[in-house]
Design a protein around this ligand. Structure first.
Ligand code: NAD
Ligand code: TYD
Length: 358
């Protein structure tokens, strides 16, 4: 049997492919456009592995998807492909509309066409799993209860609005056409192969390079953090046991302010790779202008997936962060490889004028 994964050269997608192939021998067809965020070096160890078929292409290319579905007949399609960085969505939302909304629409249409031609048993067993974010629920106040699956969607950034739109399309394709879809809404992930434009890898990479550790605004914004391999195990569980048409919140039960996250990273780095300057990496912390429209707090109530599907994260924040820091220390060649011209251009645009607002 085979599954089709989209966006499998990105952060979560490549961790998912690795996790999947470590757990069994079912083949993965991996479709990725290889944007700045997609890196074949993250899949280098799978070269020559017949269980992994990489295809360079766009989820918005309906004809390509149709050919792949006909040729490989996957039992499930898992959609990881997206533009995923909030700050980039503020500077230029077009690609977010194109991939996250139009791309998901084209993918759904190709999948619906293929699925409706299957025999009854195959049609019943087929799944379309859409990987989404907790950011669709908007921003919480300090004492509000965590997001549940029943919360109204209130996206605030071009990124979260485009993901919310894609979630609505997925829902409608189930309700209207009966496509057996599953949607997961997960909190902030961290771990190996995370592109160093997001907070955690950026702080690790900048700390080791002796550069400032930029904190937007007052640093008291709260996120829930989940180790990426825990997200992968949750997705596998939802694929196996989730009820078509339902959505599942996934989280780590780890609410932290950004400042706390950066301090934990500094302490871990102080222990594992002390700075040459002799003081703590925390001395490199630098407060910069805030992100426009910055959501104050996200928190996930992951009670449903625990109660109904029996899933809980395996890592605590401390164990996950330690694994992550060690991975970045051991994989400096990967970091260098992904820090291409496009990466350097982004960093200078985003930070050299003093913060996230520029
Ligand atoms: P990422 O930006 O690291 O990777 C995205 C991947 O999609 C890249 O490999 C890119 O080349 C590919 N891609 C982009 N546009 C494409 C297109 N049109 N066709 C085919 N491939 C395309 O993102 P990520 O952090 O791995 O996130 C994966 C998914 O999980 C996204 O849908 C994101 O919204 C969701 N998510 C992410 C987080 C997080 O903390 N990173 C949390 C919850 C949900
Ligand atoms: P990020 O990793 O971009 O994820 P998201 O915006 O999807 O939550 O950012 C996590 C938090 O860290 C968010 O509140 C913004 C903040 N942040 C900084 O303070 N400094 C930075 O340089 C970055 C990239 C993010």
């Amino acid at each position: 049997m085979t599954i089709l994964v989209t966006g499998g050269a990105g952060f979560i997608g490549n961790n998912f492919v690795h996790d999947w192939l470590a757990a069994g021998d079912e083949r993965v067809v991996n479709l990725d456009k290889l944007t700045y965020a997609g890196n074949l070096s993250s899949l280098a160890d799978l070269r020559g592995d017949e269980r992994h078929v990489f295809v360079h292409g766009d989820i918005a290319d309906r004809a390509l998807i149709a050919r792949l579905l006909a040729a490989h007949r996957p039992r499930a399609v898992l959609n990881f492909a997206a533009e995923s960085h909030v700050d980039r969505s503020i500077h230029g939302p077009s690609e977010f509309i194109q991939t996250n909304i139009i791309g998901t629409f084209q993918l759904l249409e190709a999948v619906r066409d293929h699925w409706s031609g299957l025999g009854e048993a195959e049609r019943g067993a087929f799944r379309f799993l859409h990987v989404s974010t907790d950011e669709v629920y908007g921003s919480l106040g300090e004492n509000d209860p965590a997001f549940r699956e029943t919360n109204a969607y209130q996206p605030n950034s071009p990124y979260s609005a485009s993901k919310a739109a894609s979630d609505h399309l997925v829902r409608a394709w189930h309700h209207t056409y009966g496509l057996p879809v599953l949607t997961t809404n997960c909190s902030n992930n961290y771990g190996p192969y995370h592109f160093p434009e997001k907070l955690i890898p950026l702080v690790i990479v900048n700390a080791l390079a002796g550069k400032p550790l930029p904190i937007y605004g007052d640093g008291r914004q709260v996120r829930d953090w989940l180790y990426v391999r825990d997200h992968c195990s949750a997705i596998r569980r939802v694929l196996d046991r989730g009820v078509p048409g339902e959505t599942y919140n996934i989280g780590g039960w780890n609410e932290k302010t950004n400042l706390e996250v950066v301090q934990v990273l500094c302490r871990t780095l102080d222990e594992l790779a002390p700075a040459a300057h002799g003081s703590s990496y925390a001395a490199q912390i630098s407060f910069v202008a805030d992100r426009p429209g910055h959501d104050r707090r996200y928190a996930i109530d992951a009670g449903r997936i625990e109660k109904e599907l029996g899933w809980r994260p395996a890592e605590t924040f401390d164990t996950g962060i330690r694994k992550t820091v060690r991975w970045y220390l051991d994989n400096r060649a990967w970091v260098e490889e992904v820090q291409s011209g496009a990466y350097r251009e982004w960093i200078s645009r985003q930070y050299e004028r003093g913060g996230a607002g520029g």
